[in-house]
Structure formats: structure tokens, C-alpha cells
Design a protein around this ligand. Sequence first.
Ligand code: HEC
Length: 349
Amino acid sequence: MLMNISRWLFRVVFCYSMLSNLSPILGAELVVDVGSRKTLTTEELLSRPDVTSIEVPADVVYKRTMTYRAVPLRAVLSVDHLPPDQELQIKATDGFVTNLPPKLIFPATEKGVEPWLAIEPSDKPWPQAPTGAVIGPFYVVWSNPAASAILSEQWPYNVESIGIVTESAARWPRLAVAEDVAAASPVRSGQSLFVTQCLPCHRMSGAGDSTLGPDLNLPRNPTEYFQPRALKALIRDPASVRAWPHMKMHGFDKEALKDSDIDAIIAYLGYMTGRRHWESLQAVLADGKIRSFRTRSCELATGGCSTVLLSSSNKHALSDGTIAPARDRIHTAATRRISGAPNSHGRTV
Ligand code: HEC
């Protein structure tokens, strides 16, 4: 009897160890959809004829020289240019989303800048980053990044998919500063740094692909509740301001953002408080009449407006079902009219 039990136990343990060993053997999957969708596995990628060992001096994540098995990213995409007005979108498993302008992937003149897809071998996992982050299974690294001024957030790791989307500037005009802002103003350079370094995790007035971190303008902008010194310290090293085990934002060292870069980002953030993008929307309500509302986070720019959050004043007016918003609350500069989308009360607006 005892014999049988131990045999049975042995079988269970043996099967379990076989199963748990299976996952590294199967490797990870990467979805690439640049025109046609394909799913590539670690093994497929590592057995490509163009896979090679590359050395990356000053790796942005590991902060030292690293060697990877990698394939040229352009070859993985299997296209020699991106469709007009599109950019490459790389998504990571934790919700980080970076959009790379085509000129970085396909520079007009040969500068020696090259993006690579580094592939973590199943039997030889990469070390943890100094931040403690796990980097595999796929990581986009660059050779000669300085020639195109590639920034830290353009080295996405934990990559799970690569696709194309309409350029950020066209999707979200609200990210832009007004035309009358001087060309040399830090607010302008702050905008472009914000889009590259912060938008992969944060939204600005509802614009952005990621919801990993909070929106940095709605309902409040950090320049309204952090002293400038604290905000700068937080961007440089969030844990120097407050720390807890599950914090996800990493700091930006001086390689990633110079002091003047952080100042420019803070200038842009401050500027954006004056352009807070409360949406104004013309809604066709149940009684068939058209009225205007101020709404919070309705993606008018992309046309997707499935949930309309009404500002509290209008919500009040709506909740009794009689639909009589106070005159003084009505925003007259309605920008667009959307009909057919249900609002948060299930009404069609
Ligand atoms: C890798 C993702 C990531 C990037 C990149 C990132 N952040 Fe964050 N950030 C977060 C997350 C997540 C939080 C919420 C706190 C946490 O979990 O660390 C946060 C919190 C913050 C906060 C505090 C907000 C609050 O109300 O507490 C500020 C301010 C901020 N980030 C600014 C920035 C700026 C400016 C940049 C660009 C220079 C940036 N972040 C880049 C992920 C990121």
C-alpha cells in the first residue's frame, strides 16, 4: 500500500515537473501586424537565418554593455516603408505603448541607426534589470541610437505586439500647443519630450494609448498639486518622493532626461492646464432636441464615444429624466455632434 502511494506520488510529481518544464520549451509569442498579421514564436525567431549576436553598449535598461540574439526589426516587419501618416506601435504586456515615427525605423538617409528585435532564449533567460524589472521575452534595442536621438522610452521591453496606427499628432490634435507659442519656447520641446517619454504610460486630457499611469491633466494636472521642486524630483526618481512596493514608474536619469528637459516637460504640463480638454459635445437627447454638454473623457477625436461622462452639473440635469440642463451650464462652442452612442445612463446621446 505504502509502495503504491509513493509510486502514485512519484507519478504526480513527475507529470507536474514535465508540464511545468513545458512552458519554457514552447517559448513566447509575438504578434506582428503591419499589413498582414502573423504570430511568431521565440523558436521561430531564433531559427531565422538573419538572427545574429549583437553587442549593445550602454543598454538603456541594463545600463551596461549587453549581448543579445537579435533579428533586424525591419526584416521582422517585412516591409520597406510604412503607409503614409502611420507610425509603428509597440505594445508591452504591462500596458506600456510606444509609437515610433517612421523616420526612426526607415530614416531617409543612412545614418547607421538600426532597430533590432532582441529575443530572450527560453533556456537562457535574461537577467533582471537594475530596477528589478523582468525584460523578456522580446525587447527592441538600437545600434547607434545617438544618430537619431533615440530616447529611453523608445527601447520597449516585455514586447507582445507590433502594429501600425495613425500618427499620434493626427489622432490627438489636443496634445499640440497653440500656434502662437514661440518656436524656441520650452513648452514646445516639452510637448515632444512628453509624447516620447511620458505618453507611453500616461494620458494627457484623455489623449494617449496607455492607461498604465494616471492622466496628467484630467481631472487635475500635477503642476496644480505638486510643488515644482517635488514634481521635478518625482520625474527624476519617483521613489525619492514616495515609495511603495508596487510602484510602476521608473525614474529618468540624466541620460534619459537632462535637467532642462524635465523643466521643459513641466513647462508643457503647466501650459496644458490652460488648455484642459473638457470636451464640448452636441447631443441628440431622447426628446429629439439637440443640446450641448461639457463632457470629460469622450474620445471625440477618434470618433469613439461609447461612454459619455457628463460633468456633475449636467449629470444632475439629466438624472431626473426631464433633460433640462441649466442654461448657464450649457457650453455653446460645441465642436462635434455625435448621435447613436449610449451615455453613462444608457440614454442615447
Ligand atoms: C513606464 C511607465 C511610465 C512612464 C514612462 C512615465 N510614468 Fe509617470 N507614472 C507611471 C505610473 C504607473 C504612475 C502611478 C504611480 C506608480 O505606480 O508609480 C505614475 C505617476 C506619475 C506622477 C504622479 C501622479 C500622481 O498624481 O500621483 C507624475 C507627476 C508622473 N507620473 C509624471 C510622469 C512624467 C512627466 C513622465 C515622462 C517624463 C512619466 N511620468 C513617465 C508610469 C509611468
